[in-house]
Write a protein that binds this ligand. Structure first.
Ligand SMILES: Nc1nc2c(c(=O)[nH]1)N[C@H]1C(S)=C(S)[C@@H](COP(=O)(O)O)O[C@H]1N2
Ligand SMILES: [Mo]
Length: 541
């Protein structure tokens, strides 16, 4: 009985493998085809993108909180697991009736096609990889089913039980529907199936691998390396000597590009060749503008230090960074276009269709709102928006910091809602005053005696006026504040603590330069940013 059970399991596994292999061929061949038509035609990515855009906002917040920047990897892994399960079931069904298998492939293909066709920027040609992949999958399925059926038929004649009751129904694939195989050919037939399986696996891997390789030609990293950024017309203030406190473990005043946080909805980082990039300015304007990257670089460029933060940053969280940016004045660009009376929203759009709404008033009030092209002395890194992005000091990223910027429309908040506003986030979202303890680390063990408690605080475009620290809910102590080049960056702070042995809790709170203190009340990220005081628990020995 265990032998029969083992044999049944093996049979099911072989059927499931048929489905998995056919799915692998579909995806591998689709990837190869997409290497010719472009990455927008990659069906799994397209479905993942559609999933991101359809995901309820609470679930997305959960994903960002728990998986951080790995949320995309988790999503893609999830899609692959679901795909594999459905493919295995399709294989099992296909061994009962081939039509079920084709139906399964049609469903996969349909979902892929829907994903591709709803991808902003995708054209009719981008549906080809999915169609070709589906056809290749159907072919693989046919071959594998045939090979497995003839193996089972041969095995039956060698004395193994047949696939099931003989059926006369047309299209029903059972051993009895085939010509009886010669006795003794079972081994040959098994080898035939294994060869077919290995062959399809090789086709899937070769297609996918070659596709991956060829898709690299869409990368703009070579084009980025060739960009020579002009010197700034307005040079940023020199970083004051005391901006960086000599405390090991504190966040560096300037966040290096490689460790700057990344938050966006893009599964594949958009690759925009600078020589093809255009920026359109339109809507409620006197004259439409249409700029090339060269036009943008010819404008006087401003260099400015600016801290940007994500609304999804929890109290004490990592989604904040400070860089020295280089860009053209957004206000001057809009002045050239001529803002019509009544326009109150700058609606910016990325190449992938993501949108962002910024108050006209904020952009025009004299702060350093930029169409940025440089970050810390380099062209923008591709994942941070190459070749151009928007930045507005003082506003959360989702209402100000459009990466891969291609379109600016002057409109009203009443007429149009941007990506996250459609999903319930506030249309107006200034960055809330925040402070974070960098050292000591949570649950760190430290030696008794004088120890530095230090970190960063930010209230972009208001400036940090005071930071206070306390231990074990005792009296508040003023931290020493580092120097800053202006009010748009974060500010380092340090407090010397005389630590006595035991378990302690440290807390921090900041006050902006207008005198408003960071509220103690914990509110969640949704709908316009978390509040509350950061705290860490440490053991002193
Ligand atoms: N095209 C595009 N731009 C975008 C986003 C996005 O999803 N797509 N996310 C915004 C958000 S929510 C933030 S916090 C900042 C983050 O910028 P960074 O990834 O360069 O740190 O980019 C903004 N710009
Ligand atoms: Mo964000």
């Amino acid at each position: 009985m265990t032998r029969r059970y083992a044999r049944r399991t093996l049979r099911s596994a072989a059927s499931a493998a048929v489905g998995l292999l056919a799915a692998a061929v579909s995806i591998g061949i689709a990837q190869l085809a997409a290497a010719f038509t472009g990455p927008l035609g990659l069906p799994v990515i397209a479905v993942g993108t559609a999933a991101i855009n359809l995901t309820p906002v609470r679930l997305k917040d959960f994903a960002v909180q728990h998986f951080g920047t790995d949320d995309k990897l988790v999503l893609l892994s999830g899609i692959v697991v679901v795909l594999a399960l459905l493919a295995a079931v399709t294989g099992l069904l296909a061994m009962r009736r081939r039509a079920y298998g084709f139906a399964g492939i049609a469903v996969f293909g349909g979902i892929g096609l829907a994903g591709v066709l709803t991808t902003p920027g995708a054209g009719p040609a981008d549906s080809l990889p999915t169609l070709i992949g589906a056809a290749a999958g159907a072919l693989a399925l046919t071959l594998l089913v045939r090979a497995l059926v003839s193996q089972r038929s041969a095995a039956a004649h060698d004395g193994e039980p047949a696939a099931g009751p003989a059926a006369a129904t047309a299209g029903r694939v059972t051993a009895s529907a085939l010509r009886p195989a010669e006795a003794g050919t079972a081994r040959l037939a098994r080898r035939g199936f294994l060869l077919a399986a290995a062959g399809t696996a090789a086709v899937a891997a070769a297609g996918g691998g070659l596709g991956e390789l060829l898709l690299r030609r869409f990368s703009v990293s070579a084009a980025r390396a060739e960009v020579a950024l002009p010197r700034p017309a307005i040079v940023g203030p020199a970083t004051p000597a005391g901006a960086q406190l000599p405390v090991p473990g504190i966040s560096r005043f300037i966040t290096p590009n490689a460790s700057f946080y990344r938050v966006d909805t893009a599964l594949l980082v958009p690759q925009l060749p600078p020589d093809q990039w255009r920026l359109r300015v339109h809507g409620m304007v006197d004259r439409e503008l249409d700029l090339s990257f060269e036009d943008l670089l010819r404008r006087p460029l401003t260099e400015a230090d600016m801290t940007i933060a994500c609304v999804s940053n929890q109290v004490g969280g990592p989604y904040v960074g400070n860089a020295r940016w280089l860009g053209a004045s957004l206000a001057s660009l809009l002045r050239d276009a001529g803002i019509r009376r009544g326009a109150d929203q700058v609606l910016s759009t990325a190449s992938d269709g993501w949108t962002c709404g910024t108050p006209v008033e904020t952009v025009m009030d004299g702060r350093n709102a930029l169409v940025a092209v440089g970050m810390n002395g380099q062209p923008l890194p591709i994942e941070h928006g190459f070749p151009a992005r928007m930045l507005v000091p003082g506003l959360y990223g989702y209402v100000s910091a459009t990466k891969w910027l291609v379109d600016i429309e002057l409109t009203t908040f009443a007429a149009q809602r941007s990506y996250w506003v459609q999903r319930g986030y506030s249309a107006q979202a200034p960055i809330k005053t925040e402070s974070r303890i960098d050292v000591p680390r949570p649950l760190q063990q430290i030696k008794a005696g004088r120890t530095a408690v230090a970190g960063v605080a930010w209230a972009p475009h208001r400036g940090i006026g005071r930071v206070q620290v306390r231990a074990d809910s005792g009296a508040w102590n003023d931290a020493k504040l580092a120097a800053v080049p202006g009010i748009d960056t974060w500010r380092q702070w340090v407090w010397e603590w005389d630590a006595a042995p035991g378990l302690h809790q440290l807390e921090v709170r900041a006050t902006d330069e207008s005198g408003a203190m960071q509220p103690a009340t914990r509110v969640p990220i949704f709908p316009n940013g978390a509040t509350g005081w950061d705290s860490v628990a440490v053991t002193v020995t």
